[in-house]
Design a protein around this ligand. Structure first.
Ligand SMILES: *[C@@H]1O[C@H](CO)[C@@H](O)[C@H](O)[C@H]1NC(C)=O
Ligand SMILES: *[C@@H]1O[C@H](CO)[C@@H](O)[C@H](O)[C@H]1NC(C)=O
Length: 816
């Protein structure tokens, strides 16, 4: 314990502690180079605290000089006395110590340890979670110190008494996170080559979604499910599948994450007899996580990693798909074969969240219908809403409806409410009486709606007086939509346009946007050819408060919709028909049209009319000055495909791609979409054609018009000399390929790897395309750079079914 009276002594010790933490921050900054924002929160908080401590020190010194060792100033006296208990100076000392310990364990420089740097980057989001409560407490202590400096001893006393009543700490959570991190790292013991293959299988690592969801689980919740007979039977016996259904906002994702946590711990107890665990989140925030291929790939990836070996079938497919500059993602049929293969080795339990979010529903769901016969060693537990189409496909899955478990869920909700009331800094100061009222109100109206309770607590936590809280409890909204209505109604008319744009972008963006990207995106005016700096929001983080409650920011800094129900709400007829909310209502096709216009306007800025960058420095600067460039360049054709067509849009797209258009502008765009990373800034085809890219992106109507306007059908357009037909085949756009062939495109033209379109159709394993090309008399005898004929590639890719047994066109049913 510090000398209870001397503030000067305490301040000096604390200033040193601040400097120690800041020193480690500089190291961390080096290590987390690619995420410069990551460590800055800590730096800012600690620097701020250091500033306050310096003032305090000066004040205390002056006071001592004038009045002797014990000083006179009442506020400083209060502060000094508080050191006998857990006053702000003592807390600061503890918290700075804790910060130093956590950060130095991770970021102290150790020469030559590349692996460590990687692990440090991996575990950063966990670290961030550990230090968040510490930073929050530091901020609070700092506020108290400021009161002492401003000589407001009454406010200081009040604050001190609040602080002492809220000493909840999260030690338990920290331990749990560390245990999970260790288990995650223990099975990452594969070579780099193997890692590349695993990554190719699926770009999605569900670990992210899992950690962010499991953070919301509270001890003791979900027991009703974990202890149920249905769950135990499913876990312990093979040949059973479970389907947990519930309405949006009933907490399915959190519950499933709780189950995963339970299973991971359970499986560790007996690695030999217990099944392997794999899981996946069809996360609406990430469209890549919504495809069946990535789902299957991710499951296989987890199983192979645990098993520590990669079957040759997978190695072979990887080398055909990624050789010679090509990079082709694995196909569903191939993944099914691999999954079948690995499931012969033993039991696997697979947990999938939000199956209703999956793309190409009919096709994807049919997998779950068939899989029960073909892969008996796999037990599925899936969650989704209760929808007819899902019900029809999940025959044989035992259905547990959350609607039937409202009492149990309400029990979990009570635990959650209590947890929030005890630990949320903006709620924990309330007295027991009002806390009790809050619990009761939540309990009375929740009826199983987790998300509703969460939103209400968020709202209450922003209120500043008990009186306001009491009033708010009297007028709680009845359901989620009414909750959202109120959020929209609170937005001031001056902010409507910004809010509308934010909601549009986060609801429909093809890939999640960072705050910086979104900041730019909402300032684009479609009739201007530069970004008007004066229309930018002064502070990007204002975006978050603008529609707070409807959007959220992820650990990695992406802004997303806060919950799937928000998008449902914005698309709902009710939102469109109400006067208050109608201007925020969205439609899918209309939204895509708008986003297409914004992106097209952005990539057509006057700056890009200068043509591609000629040096890497220039390219880097261009990207920095135009944070949305890559997103806009890659996504506008995607938005165009999904948009409701109007003449303006089609005309703009035509102009962009036509040979008479602005060539320099077009080439700037070609450079942007080809620059996967900075080292590729100069690796783009100088001979690119509009027809090639229109075909590659599958913009059928544009392809049609370009053909009619006399575009050269066979001119090479890709980096590897591929023609528009190559592009359409490679990306599986059958209608575009058909238009090209009908117009007389050369079906046998070779690219620089001696690959014909028919070769590519073999690599992509596309029956319909192969049939189409053969019907245009594609040559089956040409050999590629490896000496293979087109149909040989095809045959080697479909080992089991074989080419002979299944000529193209005859549908090869899944999972045979
Ligand atoms: C990881 O790989 C190394 C070297 O290949 C090996 O010595 C070690 O036992 C492996 N660890 C685990 C947990 O498999
Ligand atoms: C299931 O796994 C066992 C090994 O645990 C294996 O012997 C069996 O053939 C597998 N069954 C199927 C249908 O793959």
């Amino acid at each position: 314990m510090m000398d209870p009276l001397s503030i000067t002594v305490s301040s000096i010790a604390l200033l040193q502690a601040c400097n120690a933490v800041l020193n480690i921050c500089y190291n961390a900054y080096e290590i987390l180079k690619d995420r410069p924002g990551a460590i800055s929160k800590v730096q800012d908080e600690v620097r701020g605290l250091r500033g306050v401590l310096e003032d305090l020190f000066q004040l205390a010194i002056d006071d001592e000089k004038l009045n002797g060792y014990h000083g006179r100033k009442p506020a400083l006296k209060v502060l000094a006395q508080s050191q006998a208990e857990k006053g702000p100076l003592v807390l600061c000392s503890e918290d700075l110590g804790a910060l130093e310990k956590i950060l130095s364990a991770k970021f102290t420089k150790e020469p030559g340890s590349k692996l460590r740097a990687v692990l440090q980057a991996v575990s950063w989001s966990l670290t961030e979670k550990e230090i968040k409560p510490i930073l929050e407490r530091l901020a609070r202590s700092k506020a108290a110190l400021n009161l002492a400096i401003s000589a407001d001893e009454v406010a200081l006393l009040l604050e001190l008494s609040k602080m002492s009543s809220s000493m909840a700490n999260d030690v338990v959570n920290i331990d749990r996170n560390l245990a999970e991190l260790t288990s995650q790292l223990s099975d990452q013991n594969m070579s780099q080559a193997q890692e590349r293959i695993l990554k190719w299988l699926s770009p999605i690592d569900p670990w992210e979604s899992y950690t962010s969801a499991v953070h919301r689980c509270h001890d003791g919740t979900g027991l009703w499910f974990l202890e149920s007979k249905e769950f135990r039977d499913w876990r312990d016996k093979s040949g059973r599948n479970l389907w947990l259904s519930g309405f949006p906002g009933s907490g399915k994702t959190t519950l499933l994450s709780n189950v995963i946590r339970h299973l991971i711990q359970w499986a560790e107890q007996d690695e030999i007899h217990h099944p392997m665990i794999a899981y996946f989140y069809c996360d609406f925030r990430n469209s890549k996580s919504q495809t069946l291929a990535n789902l299957l790939g991710s499951i296989i990836r987890q199983v192979l990693r645990k098993g520590g070996a990669i079957p040759s079938l997978v190695e072979d497919a990887f080398s055909t798909s990624t050789g010679a500059g090509h990079n082709r993602e694995p196909e569903v049929e191939f993944l099914l074969k691999v999954l079948e293969l690995v499931s012969c080795e033993g039991r696997i339990v697979v947990l999938i969240d939000a199956l209703d979010e999956i793309e190409d529903r009919a096709e994807s769901l049919s997998f779950f219908r068939d899989v029960q016969q073909t892969m008996r060693n796999i037990s599925f537990l899936v969650t989704s809403r209760d929808e007819q189409e899902i019900r029809q496909n999940l025959v044989g899955f035992r259905n547990i409806r959350i609607e039937d478990q409202v009492t149990e869920v309400d029990g979990d909700i009570a635990k959650y409410t209590n947890y929030r009331l005890q630990t949320d800094p903006s709620l924990q100061w309330l007295n027991a009486d009002i806390k009790d009222d809050i619990s009761k109100s939540m309990q009375k109206q929740a009826s199983g709606m987790f998300r509703w309770v969460q939103c209400q607590l968020d709202t209450l936590s922003k209120l500043r007086t008990v009186k306001a809280i009491r009033q708010s409890l009297k007028e709680l909204p009845h359901d989620l939509y009414e909750t959202y209505d109120r959020i929209l109604a609170r937005i001031s008319p001056a902010d409507h346009e910004f809010a509308r744009r934010v909601l549009l972008w986060v609801s429909f963006a093809a890939a999640p946007l960072t705050l910086k990207e979104l900041h730019t995106a909402i300032a684009i005016e479609t009739d201007m050819d530069y970004l008007d700096e004066e229309s930018l929001l002064h502070d990007p983080s204002d975006i978050l408060s603008l529609v707070s409650g409807l959007i959220a920011i992820t650990d990695k800094g992406y802004v997303t919709i806060a919950h799937m129900s928000v998008k449902d709400y914005l698309l709902s007829p009710k939102t469109r028909s109400s006067q208050v909310t109608s201007s925020f209502a969205l439609t899918a096709k209309g939204s895509n049209a708008l986003l297409c216009q914004y992106c097209l306007a952005y990539v057509s800025f006057a700056h890009f009319r200068q043509g591609p960058s000629k040096t890497s420095e220039d390219f880097l600067e261009r990207e920095e000055k135009h944070p949305l460039l890559r997103h806009a360049a890659l996504s506008w054709p995607y938005y165009y495909r999904l948009a409701i067509r109007n003449e303006d849009l089609t005309t703009s797209a035509m102009q962009f791609f036509s040979e008479g258009g602005d060539r320099k502008l077009f080439m700037s765009w070609v450079q942007a979409i080809n620059a996967d990373s900075l080292s590729y800034w100069n690796f783009y085809p100088r001979h690119a054609t509009g027809l090639y890219y229109a075909a590659t992106f599958g913009l059928t109507d544009v392809v049609d018009q370009l053909i009619k306007s006399g575009a050269n059908l066979n001119a090479p357009g890709s980096r590897y000399g591929g023609t528009p037909l190559h592009g359409a085949v490679w990306r599986n756009h059958v209608p575009a390929a058909k238009l090209l062939l009908e117009a007389g495109a050369d079906v046998d033209k070779l690219d620089t790897h001696r690959m014909s379109p028919l070769h590519l159709a073999g690599v992509t394993n596309n029956d319909r395309m192969t049939k189409l090309l053969l019907s245009f008399s594609a040559n089956t005898e040409i050999t590629d750079f490896k000496g293979r004929k087109p149909l040989e590639i095809y045959a080697s890719r479909s080992k089991r079914t074989g080419w002979e047994a299944h000529p193209p066109g005859q549908s090869r049913a899944k999972g045979k």
